[in-house]
Structures are given as C-alpha cells and as structure tokens.
Design a protein around this ligand. Structure first.
Ligand SMILES: Nc1nc2c(ncn2[C@@H]2O[C@H](COP(=O)(O)OP(=O)(O)OP(=O)(O)O)[C@@H](O)[C@H]2O)c(=O)[nH]1
Ligand SMILES: [Mg+2]
Length: 219
C-alpha cells in the first residue's frame, strides 16, 4: 500500500515536472537544479556566480530549505528575483517537488529572466528522487566530503549532467584524491562531466559560466 502511494506521488511529480519544463522552455528559461549535501557550497556557488554574471544572463533563484530564508537573504544584495521554499509547514520534506517549484516560479513574477537556478534542499539522497522540472541537474561535492560519495550516494550522480567539485582551495590541506573521486563518479555515470572550482577564490568559474551559457543555447 505504502509503495503504491509513493509511486502515485512520483508519477504526479513527473507530470508536474514535465509541464513546468515545457512552460520554462516556451519562456526561453533554462532551469538548473543544484543538489548536494548540506554545506557543499550551493549558496556560495550562487553568490560567486551572481557576482560574475554577464548582462546576457538574467537569473532568478528558487532556494529550498526545511526552514529559514537564510540562503535567500545571502543573495539579497544581488537584486535578482529570488524566493525561498520552506518545507517545514508541510511536513519538513528533504527534497523539492516540481509542483512547489511551479508555485514559487509563478510567485516570482519575473518575465525578464533566462536562467532559473534551483537550490535544492541540502541532502544527497532525496532530491535526486524527484524531477524538479529543471533542464539540467548539477551535483556538487566539496573536497572535505571525501572521494567515496558517488559510490555511497549513487542516484544524485546518476541523475546529474555535471559534477562540480567545490572547495578546491582545500585540496592541498586535506588528504583528498581528485582522480579517485572522478573515477568513482564515472563508474556511476560514465557520461558525467565534471569541473573543479572554488566558490571562495573563484577559480574554475570561467568553465562554469561557459557551461551555463552552452546550456542556454541547447534549450
Ligand atoms: N574553503 C572554502 N569554503 C567554502 C567554499 N564554498 C563554500 N564554502 C564554505 O562552506 C560553508 C557552507 O557553504 P554554503 O554555501 O552555505 O553551503 P550550502 O550547500 O548552500 O549549504 P545548505 O544550503 O545548508 O545545504 C560556508 O562556510 C562557506 O563559506 C569554497 O570553495 N572553499
Ligand atoms: Mg545553501
């Protein structure tokens, strides 16, 4: 019985995701879903990205957290349309569903955007189970988390188009083997692209901004 309910939720989410993706495409908006463990640097990535963005990229941000608007507050100085989804009032879910993103998108009421960043709830498990309606999925992993995470939490890496290895400024001070991380990720998803960057120093951001622009051309 419980399995049937879960299947119904997933298929209704899939329908909502498909319809949102179609609407975004019609409006020439590319949506990018960011997934990672808490603290890998999703908001830091967005902060640095917004500070480097060129006039041809017009972003908006939807950020999910169980509670608080702390992440949205961190972006307030950039003056981009942004909205927080809190799941605590509806049971504290640890992922975002397409219908909630659709509601937030409607409330954003920003006709003049062409990129929608979705910061999923910090968690390497549940967000990967729910299609958000985004065109691209990005998984972040930061250097302190260790090389084995793709093997232990495979779904997020399987669903991702791009793996961002963040906090590269810490590679020197930690026993972190970048090649081993990439090897593990490729075992899970042989077509996964990757980028190594630091949201702290800005290193590697040229490739990231180019990847965003290429994604805008694809959709
Ligand atoms: N050294 C270093 N620290 C970083 C980097 N990126 C983020 N941090 C730090 O990591 C911590 C967590 O970063 P956040 O951006 O809040 O992480 P998050 O993934 O948004 O976290 P949640 O929203 O809670 O899931 C902060 O203290 C950041 O300053 C980086 O490239 N290098
Ligand atoms: Mg965050």
């Amino acid at each position: 019985m419980e399995e049937k309910i879960l299947k119904d939720i997933l298929s209704s989410n899939d329908r909502a995701a498909r319809s949102l993706r179609e609407e975004l495409t019609r409006n020439n908006i590319t949506a990018i879903n960011l997934m990672s463990s808490p603290g890998s640097g999703k908001t830091s990535l967005l902060e640095k990205t917004l500070s480097l963005i060129t006039p041809d990229i017009k972003p908006a941000v939807i950020q999910g957290d169980i509670t608080t608007s702390l992440d949205v507050d961190r972006l307030s100085s950039f003056k981009v349309p942004s909205i927080a989804i809190n799941t605590a009032p509806s049971g504290g879910e640890c992922h975002l569903e397409a219908g909630w993103i659709n509601d937030a998108y409607d409330r954003l009421d920003s006709p003049d955007i062409n990129i929608l960043f979705i910061e999923n709830i910090g968690n390497l498990v549940c967000p990967a189970e729910f299609d958000t309606g985004a065109h691209k999925n990005v998984v972040l992993i930061s250097v302190p988390e260790g090389e084995d995470k793709p093997l232990k939490y495979p779904l997020a890496f399987k669903k991702a188009d791009l793996m961002i290895v963040n906090k590269s400024d810490l590679i020197e001070v930690l026993d972190f083997n970048l090649n081993s991380l990439i090897e593990n990720a490729m075992k899970i998803n042989p077509s996964l692209k990757h980028m190594v960057l630091s949201a702290r120093t800005g290193s590697g951001f040229d490739s990231w901004i180019n990847w965003i622009k290429e994604g805008m051309e694809d959709d």
